[in-house]
Design a protein around this ligand. Structure first.
Ligand code: AMP
Length: 214
């Protein structure tokens, strides 16, 4: 299965992506996490991506597509994938179709998580992320067992630099303008797209996703 999680920043794609990948033993392909790892390691890709990420803009399509293709090519044929934060533009979605079909794969399901702007801004304010394993917590709604420490791998949690209010506002605009058109793109394919309210608890949303995938 190749499943895409689509939705605005802060709606819970990261949290649900980690849970889904774990539950199904799929690869969690989170392009934001891969970019942040590249930045930490100071790779040329990480250095190039930095200015876009800090401004809440999208990193150019050709860089993202090359990165995703590399990762896809390294996976065993039968390995399921959950895409989180990719594709984010129509050209990325078209490139993904091409890359998947070369590997005898296709997009099986697109799950859209939906929530309104106010909820997202609040969620992002409380978000704490694990830079090592990609786990996401929220100090109000889904706190880690020990403050500031990742439950899963014990690393120190961070408040992402691009989670500040100004950058978040821009990321939401970028989502509406460049990523939301993907809903129409996938809606035109019969039986592929499903919408799930992203405002419930982690467990409720998780249950919704599993039902859709069955
Ligand atoms: P995320 O962790 O998904 O919120 O992504 C954080 C930032 O990484 C975004 O604001 C973009 O600057 C960049 N980014 C992640 N995924 C993509 C993508 N598919 N296309 C372009 N930029 C991306």
């Amino acid at each position: 299965m190749n499943v895409i999680l689509l939705g605005p920043p802060g709606v819970g794609k990261g949290t649900q992506g980690v849970l889904l990948a774990e539950g199904k033993s799929w690869k969690h392909m989170a392009t934001g996490d891969i970019l942040r790892a590249n930045r930490r390691e100071g790779t040329p890709l990480g250095q190039e991506a930095q200015k876009y990420m800090d401004a809440g803009e999208l990193v150019p399509d050709h860089l993202i597509v090359a990165m995703v293709k590399d990762t896809l090519a390294s996976l065993p044929q039968e390995q399921g994938v959950v895409f989180d934060g990719f594709p984010r533009t129509v050209p990325q979605a078209e490139s993904l179709d091409g890359a998947l079909s070369e590997l005898d794969r296709g997009v099986d399901r697109v799950v859209v998580l939906e929530a309104d702007g106010e909820v997202l801004v609040k969620r992002i304010a409380g978000r704490r992320s694990c830079p090592e394993c990609g786990s996401v917590f929220n100090v109000y709604m889904n706190p880690p067992a020990r403050e500031g420490v990742c439950d899963k791998c014990g690393s120190e949690l961070v408040h992402r630099a691009d989670d500040n209010p100004d950058t978040v506002r821009n990321r939401l605009n970028v989502y509406r303008e460049q990523t939301e058109p993907l809903i129409r793109f996938y809606e035109d394919r019969e039986g592929v797209l499903a919408r799930i309210p992203g405002e419930g608890s982690v467990e409720e949303i998780q249950r919704g996703i599993w039902e859709v995938l069955e």
